[in-house]
Design a protein around this ligand. Structure first.
Ligand code: ZN
Length: 262
């Protein structure tokens, strides 16, 4: 049996504590509901815990990040409060192979912008309109169990242009009642790690209770699990360790006109 997938669901946990409308939807925070959804579907295959901005080192110490296979990220209002050294260690771990799933307003999280290298900007409108998420890639493991599309009755609209590098795989595209479209399920690889951006999840709608949304997040956790971690370094390979036998010529300076140069 494979080892359990160690999942950490990270929540900014600000709206839930400061806005009673949000607290009414997510009394214990969005991160707990997202974590429950993964636990419910993942069963014995997953080991799910949560972390929040307010904890020491945001609950993401070097040791904890080093023991995480997939990190799920929800942030919005406090992106700037996330410490840069924590972002550095998450980036390093992703490059080694940790999966990262970025939800909704996490498009502007420091870690997402760092990994994308672009603005990650969007257009938006909050009018409680319907969203239809179309499956672009029915064979993709993240779309497993989803029909041609699914709908969320009331959402915040995100529209194109989405300022990200062209996704390596496109799993969902959203259509909104007002007419806009958005690339709402996108995959990238960064180093050895897999990154998935999934759009649904505004704080004032019960989106993380939705069965299809929970299914997609669980599928994404399974997809993003490390396939083997690689530690970054630049080891020197001495002549006697080269796969072919070669002669030591030394690292001396070669000049135009030296033997062998035309
Ligand atoms: Zn939102």
């Amino acid at each position: 049996m494979m080892n359990k997938i160690r999942v950490v669901v990270w929540g900014e946990n600000v709206h839930e504590r400061e806005d009673e409308r949000v607290a009414a939807v997510y009394p214990d925070g969005m991160h707990t509901v997202i974590a429950e959804g993964i636990r419910e579907r993942g069963g014995d295959e997953v080991d799910v815990s949560t972390a929040t901005l307010q904890e020491a080192e945001h609950g993401l110490t070097e040791e904890r990040v080093g023991e995480t296979d997939v990190l799920v990220w929800w942030g919005h209002r406090a992106h700037r409060e996330v410490a840069d050294d924590v972002v550095d260690r998450i980036q390093k771990r992703v490059l080694q192979g940790m999966g990262l799933i970025v939800l909704h307003s996490g498009h502007y999280a420091k870690i997402f912008k760092r990994l994308m290298g672009t603005t990650c900007s969007i257009t938006w409108r909050e009018a409680g309109e319907k969203e239809r998420l179309w499956v672009c890639n029915p064979g993709h493991p993240i779309a497993a169990g989803i029909d041609r599309y699914f709908e969320l009755p009331h959402t915040e609209m995100y529209g194109e242009p989405f300022g990200v590098p062209a996704p390596e795989e496109q799993v969902f595209i959203s259509w909104f009642e007002g007419g806009e479209v958005f690339r709402s399920g996108c995959c990238w690889r960064r180093g050895n790690g897999k990154v998935f951006y999934f759009r649904p999840g505004h704080e004032t709608y019960p989106i993380y209770y939705d069965e299809n949304v929970r299914r997609v997040i669980h599928n994404a956790v399974r997809w993003a699990r490390p396939q083997g971690l690689w530690i970054d370094s630049c080891p020197n390979v001495p002549v006697d360790k080269a796969p072919e036998k070669i002669e030591e010529k030394g690292a001396k300076l070669h000049k135009p006109g030296d033997e062998g140069y035309k």
